[in-house]
Design a binder for this molecule. Structure first.
Ligand SMILES: [Zn+2]
Length: 185
């Protein structure tokens, strides 16, 4: 009996499940899994808030854990799957770690360093270039992030309204109802 190898989409679905762990903890939902020879070496999800660590991005945690598992600071022949395009910090770290291949889901047009605002993972002047592929399960990965930020904006608005005096709240709510009515036409 032959075992069908898992596809990029299968691994990205696993990364999405890890992103859900971040979301459940109130973090921006990004998940990452590092794979070698069809086996999971390490997993990560955003934990910047809970660890009080600005570098605790999903892919950073996955690669650090993989180094410990492999007992090697270099991770050749590994593929990193991450639900969001890596930032410049993580892209630089991926070059240092010698990860062979990067597969990401949503593109990040504000901070993405695998092609969106710059390309560090494939820079000809750096001493390692990764094979890179973006847009795998892009709509699912983007939808998860958009829903999270939408919810967070709504929560912030709610808190702002609560901080206003009761009279102001009434006026603001009435105004919002009018606005909503106009925009839904
Ligand atoms: Zn990052």
């Amino acid at each position: 009996m032959t075992i069908t190898p898992l596809t990029d989409e299968d691994w990205m679905r696993h990364a999405l499940r890890l992103a859900a762990k971040a979301e459940a903890a109130g973090e921006v939902p990004v998940g990452a899994v590092l794979v070698k020879d069809q086996h999971i070496i390490a997993e990560g999800w955003n934990q910047m808030i809970s660890l009080h660590d600005p570098s605790a991005h999903a892919e950073m945690l996955a690669v650090r854990a993989a180094g410990r598992v492999q007992q090697n600071y270099r991770l050749p022949d590994c593929t990193l799957y991450v639900t969001l395009e890596p930032c410049s910090m993580c892209a630089g770290m991926l070059v240092h770690s010698r990860v062979k291949r990067l597969v990401f889901g949503a593109r990040d047009y504000k901070t993405g360093a695998a092609g969106s605002i710059m390309n560090l993972v494939n820079h000809p002047k750096l001493n390692h270039q990764l094979e890179s592929e973006g847009g795998v399960l892009e709509s699912e990965c983007s939808a998860m992030l958009s829903a999270f930020f939408q919810r967070r904006r709504a929560e912030k608005k709610h808190l702002k309204l609560q901080a206003l005096r009761p009279a102001d709240v009434g006026n603001t709510l009435e105004k919002r109802d009018d606005d909503d009515a106009v925009s839904s036409c």
